[in-house]
Design a binder for this molecule. Sequence first.
Ligand code: AHR
Length: 505
Amino acid sequence: MDHARVAISTDVERARISRHLYGHFAEHLGRCIYGGFWVGEDSDLPHIDGIRADVVEALRRLEVPNLRWPGGCFADEYHWRDGIGPREDRPAMVNSHWGDVVEDNSFGTHEFMRLCELLGAAPYVNGNLGSGTVREMSEWLEYLTRADDSPMARLRRDNGRDEPWLVPFWGLGNEAWGCGGSMRPQAYADEARRYATFCKDHGGNTVSRIAAGGADDDLSWTRALMEAVACVNCQTSPDSPIFQGVSFHYYTYASQGINTESATEFSTTDYLRTMLRATGIERAIRAHVAVMDSYDPDGKVALVCDEWGTWWQPEPGTNPGFLHQQNTMRDALVAGVHFDAFHAHARRLRMANIAQTVNVLQAMLLTGDDGALVLTPTYHVFEMSKGHQDATSVESAVTAAPVIDVEGTPLGALSASASVKDGALLVSLSHLDPDDSLDVVLDVRGATITGTTARVLASGSLTAHNTAAEPHVVAPRELDVNVDGALVRVTMPPHSFATVHVTLD
Ligand code: AHR
C-alpha cells in the first residue's frame, strides 16, 4: 500500500469558493433539453409544467447554483422571440450545429425560467452576438427583468408573466473564434463592448456581463478582453468594468482530441493521459489569472470557465451530432481534479459550468424516453462536493504522495483541496493511481477535531459505469476514518474519489 500526507491549515484562509463554481450548462443539443429536461405537457412521464419531475428532483440534491442556456454554439443562432408566446405559433428553425435537426422552439424563455425556479438555480442566459443584433439582445434583457410598463415588460405580461425575473448572469455570445462568428480577438472585444453597453440593469436586477474568451491556455482572448476593459479612451474604466466576467473553455480527452475516443473502452494509458489533461486545467487557469492580474490587480473582473468536462466519442448507435456519451469512474476523477483546481483559484475564478447537465457530454444524468434515469459517477462527485459551495478554501498541501510516470511526465497520485464552513472542514481527495490503494493521512492544524465522517466513490474497474439496467455500479459509500489527535487517516481504493467531513472546535 502506498502512503500520502496532506497538511491542512484550517486557520489559513485563501478565498471564498463561490457556489457558482458548481454551475451547469444546458444547451439545445441532442437530448439535453428535449427528452432530457423537457418532455412536454402531454407526456405520460411525471412532469411539472412539461419539465421531467425526477430530473428536477435529482438535480435539486446537487444544489445547482446556476444554469447556462441556451448554448453554446446554439446561442449564437438563437432568436429569443421565436421561443415565446403560444407554442403552436412559435416558428421552427434549423439547429445547424447539433444534428442539423429542426428545433420547434417549444422550450423557450418562460420554460427555461420555470426550470431555474424549480431547480433553485440562478439563470445564466447567453445572448446571441454572432447572428443577432444589439437591439435583440438588449430587448431580451428588458423582457426578462423590467418591472414597469415598458414595451418588453408588456410583451412578457401578454405571455402570462407579470413579475420580472432576476437574471444575474448574461453571456455576450460564445466561442467567438469559431461557431460564434469566426472573429479575431480584438474585433470581438469591440463587439462585446458595444453589446455590453446596451445590456442594462433594469430596476432591481444587476447583471454580470460575461465576455466570451478563448479555449485552453489561449491567452490572446483574455488579453484582448482585458485590454477592452482597461480602454483608456473609453468612458468606462477598470474601476467599473464594462464586462464583469471573462470566460474560457477547457475540454478533456485522452490524447487524440475531443470527440475521438471511446467513453467506456479505454486502456490504463488512456486513463492516465486523461488525468494529465484534466490536471492541466490548473496551469491554464493560472495563466489566465496572471494576464487578468496584470490589468486588474483588484480582481474586479471574474474569470469564468463556462464549459468544461470530458468530450468522448458519441455512444455507438446514437446521432453523432447529439454528443451523447457514457460516464465512468474516469469522468468522476476528471471532475474531482477540476474542483481542486477551481478551489485553488477561487479568488479570481468565480464561476464554472460543466458541459452538459443531461444526456450530453459529461452529464450528471442520463435519461430514457421510457422513464429511465441514471445518476452518473460525475453526479456523485458533484453531490459529495456540494459542501464546498460558498465555503472558504483553506491552505492544503499534499506534502507526500507517490508520483506516477505517464510516458515521462509526472502525475501526482493524489489531488486534494479543503474548505471550512459552519465550523466544519470538508476535504476532497482524488486518488489517481489505477492499481494501488493509498493510505492518506490528513494533518489538520489550527483547530481541534470533534468528529469525522467520510465517503468514497470507487469501482472495481476504471471503465465501470451506471446504466438503466445496473444503476448503482458506481455509487458512494461510507469510508472508515481513524482519528489520532490532529491526524485523520483514510484508506482509498485505487482510482477513487473521497470526501472527509471533520467537525472542529
Ligand atoms: O458543449 C458543446 C459545445 O462545445 C458548445 O456548444 C460550444 O460552445 C463548444 O464548442
